[in-house]
Design a protein around this ligand. Structure first.
Ligand SMILES: [Ca+2]
Ligand SMILES: [Ca+2]
Length: 71
């Protein structure tokens, strides 16, 4: 998921309520379609390290930072 276009598609898919931010449960609902439970939890742990404003949700800006750091 290194390229931004793919990342944005994933982000929009996760953002089920269109709030512009993704919550853990939104991310999990998408991840569980193609990842195991353990993989999904691990992925979310990585992404949510980048919740810089600590509101419990990942904005697109925060998600981009997470993607850039994960390579
Ligand atoms: Ca949302
Ligand atoms: Ca946040």
């Amino acid at each position: 998921m290194a390229d931004m276009e793919t990342a944005k598609k994933f982000f929009d898919k996760c953002d089920a309520d269109g709030s512009g931010k993704i919550r853990k449960c939104e991310v999990y609902n998408v991840l569980k379609q193609f990842k195991s439970h353990d993989e999904a939890i691990q992925f979310m742990a990585e992404v949510f390290k980048f919740d810089k404003d600590a509101d419990g949700e990942i904005s697109w800006e925060e998600f981009k930072t997470a993607i850039q750091h994960s390579g």
